[in-house]
Design a protein around this ligand. Structure first.
Ligand SMILES: Cc1cc2nc3c(=O)[nH]c(=O)nc-3n(C[C@H](O)[C@H](O)[C@H](O)COP(=O)(O)OP(=O)(O)OC[C@H]3O[C@@H](n4cnc5c(N)ncnc54)[C@H](O)[C@@H]3O)c2cc1C
Length: 471
């Protein structure tokens, strides 16, 4: 770039969060620049590869605010910052209407509440380019077009590397662009770089002892640049130890046909998940996202296996839009089978007596309606435990599929970045999966990546514009 770069607001990252903030700011009359490190028109990011379901804790975005609040609070169990919960419940309906007004298209997929607003057209459920020309891809192009029409700038191949601070105020940043370090002046900066899931050092610091044994279940473009820059500027980080993801067959580590789908969650929440000693180590009833985090947290994240029987394979195994049965096997994944548990233990290389004991205790607890007394307990409420009795017995070796990190830069209800004293850092904002404080916590509350991103992004834009109107 020859001329110096200066904007009213500069946005880091052109996923849904970045483009939403940018389009809203441009619509409100600000000069906006979006920096995107991806170089090509179809730069990869999670928003492009998304499944596209806009929901709030699996409720429809048009549900009553109190219903949404209640659904989020039930999942969060006291973890989330209340002002973020209120922002989500209060704004999501308008956020979806605003996206529609910019040309983003939604479609109902089936009857479940969380699929009533799915980006159109829905993704294909197979192939490496399952996203091409589908919901997320189309949405990004639509928002990118809207930004251009409003006079905003989207700069590809531009990686933000450092914030420029003047005292306690953010006054722009430095980017790497076309091999040079370029200063960018801006009255406000919005960090929307999508999380730190692809940064092995940060994953090791906060989430897993062996990041190389966790499968990236997404674009793997979130390197935590925003988080690092914000941290250097004194930002508070929150909820760093949790991530959103699904349980995958371990073969997904080397077979690209096995991620992001099919997921193994429904087999796992019906049967038992064991470690290398053939013992249960996690409450399977807490769901797929919880299980995925627990698997990543093992000293060896590739040591987890799900054990189940023919009845589970033919029942819960066939649940979900892209079911484990038959897709695991038809896409080249490994389904172990044996007429008895000792035979299965032999194939897995785990102690047979321990596996038989684990399954016997589990079956007896189901019969007695006492799975909560197992160690670890097995919550029966949301995901019904199924006995493991009908041969052939099956096992699938598992891995944790990581989609995006739930924790990150602490923000308030206006998406202002907070310092350690919980005070906003002047002119610095963050939105989307770069932020923390809404999702995660002890029970690993998943609220919704797309809804979180659109609400926090619009909040950032509105706060920036309101701040300028006052000065
Ligand atoms: C397979 C899959 C299925 C999913 N399904 C759903 C679903 O059904 N419902 C749902 O709610 N969520 C879903 N998600 C999650 C959802 O897509 C994400 O939560 C959301 O898209 C995140 O948006 P974002 O803008 O925060 O981040 P991203 O979309 O990841 O965008 C961040 C951008 O920042 C850029 N960037 C990073 N660092 C820099 C830097 N230093 N300088 C400049 N640019 C930078 C990246 O290249 C990237 O383009 C799914 C995700 C995947 C992968």
């Amino acid at each position: 770039m020859s001329e110096p770069c200066a904007f009213d607001a500069v946005i880091v990252g052109a996923g849904i969060a970045g483009l939403t903030s940018a389009v809203r700011l441009a619509e409100l009359g600000l000069r906006v620049g979006v920096l995107e490190k991806g170089e090509h028109e179809k730069y990869p990011c999670n928003s492009r590869m998304t499944g596209g379901a806009f929901h709030v804790a699996f409720r429809d975005v048009n549900d009553d605010q109190n219903v949404l609040l209640d659904a989020m609070e039930k999942r969060s169990r006291g973890f989330a910052r209340p002002e973020l919960l209120h922002a989500m419940a209060g704004d999501i309906g308008n956020a979806v209407r605003w996206l529609k007004s910019k040309g983003v298209k939604f479609i109902k997929v089936g009857h479940e509440a969380h699929r009533q607003h799915t980006l159109a057209p829905p993704i294909l459920l197979q192939g490496r380019t399952y996203w091409e020309g589908r919901g997320g891809d189309v949405m990004l192009r639509t928002l990118g077009g809207a930004l251009k029409d409003l006079g905003g700038t989207l700069l590809l191949g531009a990686r933000a590397v450092r914030l420029n601070m003047q005292g306690d105020r953010c006054v722009g940043l430095e980017m790497e662009h076309q091999g040079a370090r370029v200063p960018v002046r801006a009255d406000s900066v919005v960090l929307c770089d999508g999380g730190f899931q692809a940064n092995r050092e940060l994953l090791k610091e906060f989430i897993t002892a062996a990041p190389e044994k966790v499968k990236q279940r997404g674009a793997a473009t979130g390197n935590g640049d925003g988080l690092r820059m914000a941290r250097e500027a004194g930002a508070q980080l929150v909820g760093m130890n949790r991530f959103y993801g699904h349980v995958l067959a371990q073969d997904a580590m080397h077979n690209d046909d096995l991620w992001p789908f099919p997921i193994m969650d429904f087999v796992c929440t019906a049967g038992v998940v064991i470690d290398a000693s053939a013992r249960r180590f996690v409450d399977e009833g807490l769901g797929g996202v919880y299980l995925t985090n627990s698997i990543a947290g093992l000293p060896d994240p590739l040591a987890a296996t799900v054990v189940f029987d023919a009845a589970i394979w033919e029942g819960p195994g066939r649940e979900f839009i892209s079911p484990a049965n038959p897709l695991l096997v038809s896409r080249g994944g490994t389904l172990l089978a044996a007429p008895d548990l000792a035979g299965l233990a032999g194939q897995l290389g785990v102690p047979a007596a321990a596996l038989e004991e684990t399954v016997a205790q589990y079956n007896a607890a189901i019969d007695a309606g006492a799975t909560a007394r197992l160690a670890p307990p097995r919550t029966p409420a949301t995901h019904k435990p199924h006995p493991i009795r009908t041969p052939p017995f099956h096992a699938i070796r598992l891995c944790a599929g990581m989609t995006y990190t739930m924790g990150g830069i602490a923000i308030d209800g206006k998406s202002r970045v907070l310092n350690a004293a919980d005070e906003p850092i002047a002119s610095l904002y963050a939105a989307g999966c770069a932020t923390g404080g809404l999702e995660g916590g002890e029970f690993i509350a998943y609220i919704g990546g797309l809804t979180k991103s659109s609400v926090t992004a619009l909040r950032a834009a509105n706060a920036i514009a309101a701040g300028r109107a006052k000065t």
